[in-house]
Write a protein that binds this ligand. Structure first.
Ligand code: AMP
Length: 502
């Protein structure tokens, strides 16, 4: 259980852009224009926030006015402060009653809930407001004790909140502000029935703030049910890929994926990277494999205990671990920005997840790299991503691995599904050829190396990949030039051939 009552004298640990480093304690003009009060302006000035982000600029005045807000924004846009700052302002001045939180923020994961709590601590530094967290993995009786003393802001995951409600530890009849954050993720995780139940327990006259990274029809239906005449705000189209991110796609045989990843990590100047797998058990397998190969790695997935998850996260944030293998759910919304690399060990099933995953790198104008491993059966999923982002992902090659091509039977093996079981991007067309490498707008090169010269292309096994495909490494380190161990399939094929000949 985490309880906070005002006055935190910690030095804020983050600033999101190099400019922020020169933090000023003068109240930032942009924020003052939005109508926030002096104690809040002082706290954010100390954090180094100079100007509101677009979502903050648009949302804060309307939240202060008491309007409902429907915001399309993803993490990294500053959306959390978009609701915490005006909420603090609204809540200042009166006190909470026992077991009756005055406001409620629903988050899909414990990590996100903790992050929002951290925002309250930082932004509410000069206010006398209290907040509490109700999240899994913490003692129910401790949580009950804190609620009994009365809290202004309650931050909770839906399931745990209902557990608490059913044990009569909480009354929601005085909760006048509700925030539903990351609604699309709530939907993905099957939390919507719980959210609907919670909303039915709140007073009808309340202010509701609803945020989602995407506004799929099902999300809009929920928004219509929960909100009254909301102010609609949308920032940064969810499908956009920051221009500061260099992307690349490596097509490999399934059995070569781990080796390809190792080669890329060794070749790149990786300072810190998230490596995404689609399944929890693959997170564990890949993590163990990286450890066997002496990489500095940790793992994060939903089945791990909370203390282990936090400890791993802390080590990664402190730079003690260089690589963090994770699932989408575990990594969702965690404030680990400014990564040098994101590796998609698996092509995500939902194209939107690609955008979320790689958005962890290339933040605040810094150079980022996002590479994805695809196997021959992933063609439809890759094309769905390219269609969503409107950008082809340049093909890059890792030397010394079995050359492969897209599977001929397009779409038969694995069709990506949309979030709600609807096939994604039905219009995605098959490409006759792999995409030619492209330079991204405004960037010197979309790949980490120079282009393949005719001579290099001739001696490269990546000739097979088609024109314009780039090699992973101009000056190839020795380990990359070692011919790969023949694959089991090739050994078998050659044995069969010999048998026939014999
Ligand atoms: P969020 O999208 O809410 O997860 O915020 C992403 C990061 O941006 C967090 O580390 C925030 O502390 C930071 N941040 C939020 N608003 C601002 C701002 N106006 N100026 C600088 N940094 C900000």
């Amino acid at each position: 259980m985490i309880e906070t009552t005002t006055a935190y004298a910690e030095t804020p640990e983050h600033a999101t852009s190099p400019d922020d480093m020169e933090a000023t304690t003068e109240p930032p003009g942009g924020f003052a224009r939005l109508g926030l009060s002096e104690p809040i302006l002082r706290a954010i000035a100390e954090l180094g926030y100079r100007e509101p982000t677009p979502i903050q600029e648009q949302a804060i005045p309307f939240v202060l006015m008491g309007r409902d807000v429907l915001g399309t924004a993803q993490t990294g846009t500053g959306k959390t402060a978009g609701f915490t700052l005006p909420m603090l302002d609204i809540l200042t001045g009166s006190r909470a009653r026992a077991r009756m939180p005055r406001s409620l923020i629903l988050e899909p994961t414990r990590e996100l809930a903790l992050q929002v709590a951290e925002n309250f601590v930082q932004h509410g530094k000069y206010l006398k407001l209290s907040h509490a967290l109700i999240i899994g993995g913490e003692s129910m009786s401790d949580q009950k004790d804190v609620l009994t003393r009365g809290v202004d802001v309650l931050i909770a995951t839906p399931g745990r909140l209902l557990d608490m409600f059913e044990r009569s530890g909480i009354l929601l009849s005085d909760t006048r502000i509700l925030v539903i954050d990351e609604a699309d993720r709530m939907l993905d995780m099957g939390f919507i029935p719980d959210v609907e139940r919670i909303v039915s327990l709140l007073p009808a006259t309340r202010q509701t703030l609803f945020f989602s990274a995407t506004m799929a029809p099902e999300i809009r239906r929920l928004a219509d049910a929960f909100l009254r005449n909301p102010k609609e705000i949308a920032v940064a189209p969810p499908a956009s890929v920051a221009t500061t991110i260099t992307t690349g796609l490596v097509l490999v045989a399934e059995h070569d994926k781990r080796e390809a990843l190792r080669r890329m990590i060794r070749h790149e100047q990786v300072q810190n990277a998230l490596i995404f797998c689609n399944r929890k058990r693959d997170v564990e397998i890949l993590y163990r494999s990286l450890m066997r190969h002496k990489f500095s790695a940790g793992a994060l997935h939903g089945d791990m205990s909370q203390p282990v998850r936090f400890a791993t996260l802390d080590k990664f944030k402190a730079g003690e671990l260089k690589l963090l293998v994770c699932s989408d759910v575990a990594a969702r919304g965690i404030d680990i920005g400014g990564l040098s690399h994101v590796f998609n060990f698996d092509v995500p099933h939902h194209p939107e997840d690609y955008v979320h995953r790689i958005g962890r790198t290339g933040r605040a104008g810094l150079e980022g790299h996002a590479y994805m491993l695809a196997t021959p059966d992933d063609r439809v999923a890759v094309e769905a991503i390219e269609k969503l982002t409107g950008q082809p992902i340049p093909r890059i090659a890792v030397e010394g691995l079995d050359p492969v091509e897209w599977a001929a039977e397009l779409g038969k093996k694995r069709k990506p599904r949309g979030r709600h079981g609807v096939p994604s991007q039905p219009g995605a067309k098959a490409r006759a050829k792999p995409p030619a490498s492209k330079r991204l707008a405004g960037k010197p090169s979309a790949v980490p190396t120079s282009e393949v010269t005719p001579a290099r292309a001739r001696r490269s096994r990546e000739d097979d990949l088609g024109p314009g495909v780039l090699g992973f490494g101009d000056e190839m380190p020795a380990f990359m030039l070692v011919t790969a161990r023949p694959s089991r399939r090739r050994v078998r094929a050659s044995a069969q051939k010999q048998e026939k000949q014999g």
